[in-house]
Structures are given as structure tokens and as C-alpha cells.
Design a binder for this molecule. Structure first.
Ligand SMILES: *[C@@H]1O[C@H](CO)[C@@H](O)[C@H](O)[C@H]1NC(C)=O
Ligand SMILES: *[C@@H]1O[C@H](CO)[C@@H](O)[C@H](O)[C@H]1NC(C)=O
Length: 229
């Protein structure tokens, strides 16, 4: 009896500290902009700081998550007032920045696969389908072309893979954490996701010690794997 009570209490605690994001809830848990921008196509050749690497072979996938609060606070005020994600920031916590096919032998950022194919602008149906997980059409377009094309055949395959990986993580309720440090976030992730292990997750804070990004690494069969050699 007592042990049943304890497990019920344990379950309730577990359910309040984490939110398992099933696919249906990810898709529907945010407001959508009434109109998308007209042109959100991406062309790495028009960017002075971009390059192409079609030679590197991807050996693992890195899921990069971004903390909305810090992202928005780091933007100039006018952008905070205009970016949909920031105007609606209470709906967006830990969103997806991208899924990066990486080469484990790479010894510099340029040695990873990048900008493998030019692709057409994705349609509004696809963008809106994944908007709650990645709340910006430019981001959805550019991550597909910059990273997705280096391993995935279609944008649908790329975005469905991201949603499956993101949706199968138990995400801590970071906004309610009392002591937000990289070590505490990491250990909470490890507790909530029993098959995850320390070398497969990296938590980075910004120069003001605010949570910036969380990277989680998967092998090509989508099992957790260490992020670096
Ligand atoms: C939008 O793009 C997706 C993926 O390329 C495609 O499967 C779908 O049919 C398109 N939908 C419309 C309405 O054009
Ligand atoms: C916050 O957590 C860190 C471990 O990440 C610990 O060293 C520190 O003492 C904690 N601070 C408070 C105020 O609880």
C-alpha cells in the first residue's frame, strides 16, 4: 500500500518535472503567424561567411536545441519586437535549432558536411507543420539546405526525423529550475532520459551564464552516441 502510494507520488512528480512531447502536441502547441514571409529561400553562395563541404561523410547526427529566452534577450530590441518567436516567447521554450549530420573525424568546423545541395523554397504547408518545433521560416529553410541535404533525401524525411528525436526526449521544465547551471541541466536530462549518457549531451551557457544551447548526439541509427572522439 505504502509502496503503491510512493510510486503514484513518484509518477506525479515525474509528470510535473518533465513533458514528453508527442508528435501531435509538438505540432499544435504554439500560435502560428498569419502569414509567412514571401521569400525565405536560402542560398549559401550569397553569404560571405558560408562555405560548402560535400566531401565529408556524416558519421553521426547532432540535435541542437536552443533556449528561446536567451536567444530573444540576445537580439536587439527591434528584433525582439518583430520576431514571431520572441513576441510569443512564452509559448516557445527549448526549441530546435537544427539537426546536423557531423563527421566524427572532423578537426575543424569546416571539416563537417555543409551546404550539400541547393533546394527550392519549402512550401507553407511544410513550414507550418514544423513551426512550433522550429519557429522561424528562414531557420526551417536554411537548416534543411545547410545541414539536412548532407544526409537526407527530402525535407519531409529531415523534418520528420527531427520531430521523432525531439518528441522522444523528456525535456526538463527548465523555466522552473531554481539553479540553472550547465551541470544541473545536464544531470536533469540524464535523470529524465535513462538511456542518455553524459558524453552524448553538451550544454552551453552564454557569456552571462544564461542557457544557450543543448546538443544531443545520435548515431546514424538514431541511438544516443558520444558527441566527440
Ligand atoms: C509541400 O511540400 C511537401 C514536401 O516537399 C510535399 O510533400 C507537399 O505535397 C507540398 N504541399 C503542397 C500543398 O504543395
Ligand atoms: C547550483 O548548482 C551547482 C551545481 O551545478 C552547485 O555547485 C551550486 O552550489 C548550486 N547553487 C545553489 C545556490 O544551490
Amino acid at each position: 500500500m505504502v509502496s503503491t502510494m510512493m510510486s503514484v507520488i513518484g509518477l506525479l512528480v515525474f509528470m510535473t518535472v518533465c513533458s514528453r512531447l508527442d508528435a501531435a502536441s509538438i505540432k499544435d502547441r504554439c500560435p502560428l503567424p498569419s502569414n509567412l514571409k514571401n521569400n525565405y529561400d536560402y542560398d549559401w553562395k550569397s553569404k560571405s561567411h558560408e562555405w560548402q563541404n560535400t566531401k565529408a561523410m556524416p558519421t553521426f547526427l547532432q540535435l541542437v536545441l536552443s533556449w528561446t529566452q536567451t536567444f530573444c534577450e540576445s537580439l536587439p530590441q527591434y528584433a525582439q519586437n518583430t520576431e514571431f518567436q520572441c513576441r510569443n516567447r512564452k509559448h516557445f521554450g527549448l526549441v530546435v535549432h537544427g539537426l546536423w549530420p557531423q563527421a566524427s573525424k572532423a578537426n575543424s568546423v569546416r571539416a563537417h558536411p555543409r551546404n550539400c545541395r541547393n533546394e527550392k523554397q519549402l512550401n507553407a504547408t511544410l513550414v507550418k507543420r514544423y513551426y512550433c518545433m522550429m519557429p522561424d521560416e528562414d531557420l526551417i529553410q536554411s537548416q534543411w539546405e545547410k545541414h539536412g541535404t548532407c544526409y537526407f533525401k527530402t525535407a519531409t524525411e529531415y523534418y520528420q526525423t527531427i520531430e521523432n528525436l525531439y518528441g522522444s526526449l523528456n525535456i526538463p521544465d527548465i523555466a522552473s529550475m531554481k539553479n540553472v547551471t550547465a551541470a544541473n541541466i545536464k544531470s536533469t536530462f540524464l535523470t529524465l532520459n535513462p538511456t542518455l549518457f553524459a558524453s552524448a549531451i553538451q550544454v552551453s551557457m552564454d557569456y552571462e551564464n544564461r542557457l544557450k544551447e543543448i546538443k544531443i548526439c545520435y548515431d546514424l541509427k538514431q541511438k544516443f552516441v558520444r558527441c566527440s572522439l
